[in-house]
Design a protein around this ligand. Sequence first.
Ligand SMILES: [Cu+2]
Length: 242
Amino acid sequence: MKLRSALISGCTLAALSVSVGMIAGWARPVDAPASVKGTVKFDGPAPKPSKIDMSQDPLCAKAHPTPATTEDIVVGTGGALENVVVYVSDGLTAHDFQPPEQPAVLEQKGCQYKPHVLALEAHQKLDVVNSDETTHNIHPSPNNNREWNMTQPHGTPLEQTFAREEVAIPVKCNVHPWMKGYIAVFKHPYFSVTGTNGSFELKDLPPGTYTITAWQEKLGTQTQKVTVGASETKTVDFTFKQ
Ligand SMILES: [Cu+2]
């Protein structure tokens, strides 16, 4: 009897310590965080975006008094390259990160995706918003996640998640063939998508040596290694060519 209760309490303890261990398994905030920042540039004359013909759907066309243009390579002032996903691809010692409670938002506006390239964490909520009067059909084509394909009339809420890391999932609309975008999914929070000035910052990193990867939908990927100490900020720049 004594032995049995000892066994049971032993098992209960083991179960408890497993669940406590799982909670404690989430990566904790870093005491003296490091960061890696930089700029992504396009070298050479910027390719000219093409005009998009939206006449197939007058509700789309009327949203653009001047025609919308393609977004596969967007170069700003001084060669700043927009829509590049920059992220830590190797070197992290923690592996379990609690996804943010704040959802990521992908908006369909003027029959284009806003943003054109979206990055979020695995299991983070994705709110897909249709701000257009027309009906869209959003259809990501992943290699490493569950595929889905949903019709979304104006104002209808749509929520999804992605379970696994994938850089990056092509997204299209089955109604409007010009609508193209990408969703990058990470199992950690160390990623950034360059805006109009081509800059990025990866904050709150534990000190360490990391491989930083920059991904652009047409121009491919580049990697660089960087070592950052406690509270240190290092600059890593990328240059893409066609
Ligand atoms: Cu559409």
